[in-house]
Design a binder for this molecule. Structure first.
Ligand SMILES: [Zn+2]
Length: 316
């Protein structure tokens, strides 16, 4: 899909983030202040299902990328999950339509463990599958907790850049990882359009990377091609998240998105490790380890990350 975005000087910061952080096909005419940017976004190609793929090129892609409906959810598991979900209702702040979204009843899931990059893992179902609210009428999507926090100016940006080409779709009662990835990508696309903070965009990218990882952990019978594709997608979104957190660390005030500055430093280090930037990773992780204000738990994570970096460097 093509989005004409970010023409004014004051938006150059966002342009930089996009260009540096997202491996997009970018056609750019650049003057001193980046005059015109047309983005053909590979990472959003599966949003063509939602009508956000108006170029011929992406219409072809749309047919190829149709989501496979939730064949990955077994019947018994589906029943178990359905019993802990309910429909919540909210009024879309962009178009006024009623938005229904699935929500997990409180107290029904339990945290089992946390990956080193802070991805939480739960027992019955991954709550990340249900964290994004989508308006099926206008295409506005955001994390549920931020869904109503949109300014009049941003409402107009969504209408102009998303709504006029968006086509809603019916979602099943129980979501799978592919559906969640689609909903998160729509939220990310909307976030780019309304120019949320770099930290928020980075956070959304990190969540999408975790969804790809979650898919591969859940699906034991993936073919090699799918595994390779999703591992690459996870890495791509980790790289986007890393770049965004680095920019945010330099330019934004913390805490934000529930993250304090030391946690962001740790994340930059750990994400650097995961994408193979070991020297960078060591630098950031070491800062956390010597910090007087880092918690014991964060220092323990930093130590674990450092050992893995040393192992990886030794193996290379
Ligand atoms: Zn709406």
């Amino acid at each position: 899909m093509a989005i004409l975005l970010l023409i004014q000087k004051k938006r150059v910061k966002t342009i930089s983030f996009l260009i540096e952080s997202f491996h997009l096909r970018i056609l750019i005419k650049q003057t001193k202040y980046a005059k015109e940017v047309i983005i053909l976004a590979d990472i959003f190609s599966d949003l063509a299902n939602l009508g956000l793929g108006s170029t011929e090129k992406f219409q072809v892609f749309e047919a190829e990328k149709k989501l496979q409906e939730p064949q990955i959810i077994q019947k018994e598991k589906k029943f178990e999950i359905e019993s802990i979900l309910y429909f919540a209702k909210i009024k879309c702040p962009v178009c006024g339509s009623e938005v229904l979204f699935r929500t997990i009843k409180s107290g029904k899931i339990r945290l089992v463990k946390t990956d080193l990059d802070l991805r939480p893992i739960y027992d019955v179902v991954d709550p990340s599958l249900y964290e994004v609210a989508v308006c099926n009428t206008c295409g506005y999507a955001a994390l549920k907790k931020r869904f109503l926090s949109i300014t009049p100016k941003n409402i107009e940006l969504i209408k102009t850049n998303i709504s006029h080409q968006f086509v809603g779709r019916d979602y099943p009662d129980v979501y799978n990882y592919e559906i969640a990835i689609e909903r998160y990508k729509l939220a990310l696309l909307d976030a780019i359009v309304i120019e949320v903070s770099d930290c928020e965009k980075a956070f959304l990218c990190l969540k999408i990377a975790w969804l790809y990882r979650g898919y591969l952990e859940q699906e034991k019978n993936c073919d090699a091609k799918k595994i390779e594709e999703y591992q690459l997608s996870e890495k791509t979104f980790l790289e986007h998240a890393l770049e965004g957190f680095k920019i945010a660390h330099h330019q934004e005030k913390f805490p934000t998105m529930g993250l304090d500055e030391l946690t962001v430093k740790f994340l930059i280090g750990e994400l650097s490790r995961r994408v193979g930037l070991y020297e960078d990773a060591l630098k950031w992780i070491s800062e956390v380890m010597v910090s007087k204000s880092a918690s014991r738990r964060l220092k323990d994570r930093a130590l674990e990350s450092k050992l893995l970096i040393k192992q990886a460097k030794g193996a290379n």
